[in-house]
Design a protein around this ligand. Structure first.
Ligand code: ADP
Length: 268
């Protein structure tokens, strides 16, 4: 069937990882190849999770994507341009929110922090802070301090801070690993909502296969290290997801079995 539309229906690639290799302590006698050869692409607006066994190189991969660690070979391009240092359009959220927020600053002050550095005019900063905190359901905590909040709320503030400069791509490394199960479900739903509301692209590393399935459009499965891509798995569960129904659906359980067989192969 041919299309007469001039508008391409193909999705736009925002992030491309091509032949990435990472060797720590390269050239020394304790060189460690964390990543052998990893390639994948992420489309605009996509939610992509990276899973793999512990020590597979998931965090290393995210650090290379973020420009926080140099690749030994291959390249990462963001909107078609080679990535050399942390690009302005990137938001980062890591697991250790406790240490990532400054206790002497209010929650609003923490969220405001990256705005000056990224050149957002002073007159716009207060509105951005309020808007970002509201987007994570915390409009009321601007004047209080991180230590007055629960762990889950602190992580929401960390997410608000990453959203305050309106990044196009959000990189998250095990962002919900340090909270209790109920809070984790809440934060998963929050990030799906944020992604829908802001049309943002998300790349998230997790060791939790169920979490990856629940959140993703696609999942990149890494082998044990030195890692290669074992498979890129499509997650056709639709846009509307619910913790109870989605997780108990046959499609979800089928994906879980498949992913488990990839992450924990019988022959290894
Ligand atoms: P994952 O996130 O999948 O658990 P990591 O990316 O943390 O895996 O680690 C992958 C491999 O790289 C491991 O063998 C780890 O020991 C090694 N590694 C990670 N960070 C460093 C570092 N800064 N220096 C040397 N080796 C490292």
């Amino acid at each position: 069937m041919s299309s007469t539309s001039a508008t391409p229906t193909a999705t736009e690639t925002v992030l491309a990882v091509e032949g990435l290799r990472k060797i720590y302590n390269e050239g020394t006698d304790h060189a460690n190849m964390a990543i052998d050869d990893v390639s994948f692409q992420v489309s605009k607006g996509e939610f992509l999770c990276i899973v793999g066994p512990s020590g597979a190189g998931k965090t290393t991969l995210l650090r290379c994507i973020a420009g926080l660690a140099p690749a030994s070979a291959g390249r990462v391009t963001f909107e078609g341009k080679p990535l050399s240092n942390v690009p302005e359009q990137l938001g980062l959220v890591f697991q250790d929110y406790g240490r990532s927020l400054y206790p002497w600053l209010t929650n609003g002050g923490n969220v405001a922090l990256p705005l000056a550095a990224r050149g957002v005019p002073r007159a716009q900063r207060a509105a951005r802070v309020a808007e970002s905190l509201q987007s994570v359901g915390l409009g009321h905590v601007e004047k209080t301090y991180p230590w007055e909040l629960s762990g889950g709320m602190q992580q929401r503030v960390a997410i608000a801070r990453a959203l305050s400069y309106r990044p196009e791509l959000l990189l998250m490394d095990e962002p919900f690993a340090s909270v209790d199960a109920q809070t984790r479900f809440d934060l998963e739903d929050l990030i799906l909502q944020v992604r829908r509301d802001l049309g943002i692209t998300v790349v998230l590393v997790t060791h939790d296969i169920d979490e990856a399935i629940y959140l993703s459009d696609r999942i990149v499965v890494l082998s044990k290290n030195p890692s290669v891509v074992r498979e890129v798995v499509d997650v056709p569960l639709g846009d509307k997801r619910s913790q109870v129904e989605t997780r108990s659906s046959d499609a979800f359980l089928g994906l879980r079995n498949h992913l488990l067989s990839l992450v924990m192969p019988k022959d290894e």
